[in-house]
Ligand binder design. Structure first.
Ligand SMILES: Nc1ncnc2[nH]cnc12
Ligand SMILES: [Zn+2]
Length: 344
């Protein structure tokens, strides 16, 4: 029987990568209210407590409706700086040494807030984090509930900005309402991103069917699958994921909060690990789902009684699945290994 508290403590201090976090999902209710006041943005909730009470989700869509309302308070470069800095402070405290951060440009451009506002605000915070020893990258996600034409225009607009700062944009992703918005809708924009040298990830198999995971792999050339917990519905897919060591960025607290699983004890993370799938642990939208990446590890360690070796695998997978060059990856894994050997 594991000594769970000491294993949780060890994992919480271990160096790790976070590969699936939406920066707009890190906006805590207090910061939402502060920015709403500063920018004169009306909110549907009278107090911070009322907003927090509204975080009772029944599905992905019920969450997204509130998430986009929260995003509406972000207006100035400083707002994006403050939000990103707050996430990075938390990431540091969670042992994160490398973060690949999603952002949703269309949720800002649709409100008249341009790349010249949100990118400099986020980059200023990322540059400060580098001094604290955490490396970061940005992944630009397309909102899949919007038409392909909107994604194509967003991609073209982003080229203008990122051709001047190519070092800051690592890849593109696909998020928002999954059911009814299959990956195939975005094959052309992902092909353009690939041609521009960008890496590719996509949310698939969070609520949606395994067919969407196949499409993300075959039509978007996705290099990681965000969530992907439905993959156990298809033995051929599981065999393929395991053979190719395709990373799944799993977000356990999100999955329970959005009712993908009834309780954490019902989560299929151990089955995925036992099938040889390259699973990583991430926070998704920490301000909405009850905690940052360590809270996610803690919750699954506790509910599934994960072993020390399973925990090491999850941590190593996170570092191995990062979009970094081989020497950097080897250095990060050596750091984890060193910590793991020395810590009891
Ligand atoms: N869990 C999630 N799934 C899809 N889109 C999202 N955007 C922010 N969080 C998301
Ligand atoms: Zn997500």
């Amino acid at each position: 029987m594991q000594n769970t508290p000491s294993l949780i403590e060890k994992v919480s201090r271990a160096p790790k990568a976070e590969l699936h976090v939406h920066i707009e999902g890190t906006l805590e209710p207090e910061l939402i209210f502060k920015l709403a006041q500063r920018n004169n943005v009306p909110l549907a909730w009278p107090t911070v407590d009322d907003l927090r009470l509204a975080y009772q989700f029944t599905s992905l869509q019920s969450f997204l409706d509130i998430y986009y309302a929260g995003t509406s308070v972000l207006q100035t470069e400083d707002d994006f700086y403050e939000m990103t800095s707050a996430y990075l402070d938390n990431a540091c405290q969670n042992g994160v040494i490398h973060a690949e951060i999603f952002f949703d440009p269309q949720s800002h451009t649709s409100r008249g807030i341009g790349f010249d506002v949100f990118i400099p605000g986020m980059i200023r915070a990322l540059e400060n984090a580098r001094e604290k020893g955490i490396s970061t990258q940005l992944i630009m996600c397309f909102l899949r509930h919007l038409p392909e034409s909107d994604a194509l225009k967003t991609f073209a607009d982003s080229r203008e900005w990122f051709s001047r700062h190519p070092e800051w944009l690592t890849g593109v992703g696909l998020d928002s309402s999954e059911n009814g918005n299959p990956p195939e809708k975005f094959a052309r924009v992902f092909a353009r991103a690939k041609a521009a040298g960008l890496r590719r990830v996509a949310h698939a198999g969070e609520e949606g069917p395994v067919e969407y995971i196949w499409q993300a792999l075959q039509l978007l050339d996705s290099e990681r699958i965000d969530h992907g917990v439905r993959s156990l519905d298809d033995p051929d897919l599981i065999a393929h994921l395991s053979d190719t060591q395709m990373p799944l960025t799993v977000c356990p607290l999100s999955n329970v909060k959005l009712r993908v699983f009834d309780t954490m004890a019902d989560h299929n993370l151990r089955e995925l690990l036992q099938a040889g799938v390259n699973v990583t642990i991430n926070s998704d939208d920490p301000a909405y789902f009850g905690g940052h990446v360590n809270a996610n590890y803690e919750s699954v360690i506790d509910a599934l009684q994960l072993t020390e070796s399973e925990c090491y695998t999850l941590l190593e997978n996170s570092l191995m699945s990062a979009f970094v060059d081989t020497p950097t990856r080897e250095q990060m894994v050596a750091r984890l290994n060193d910590f793991w050997q020395k810590t009891h």
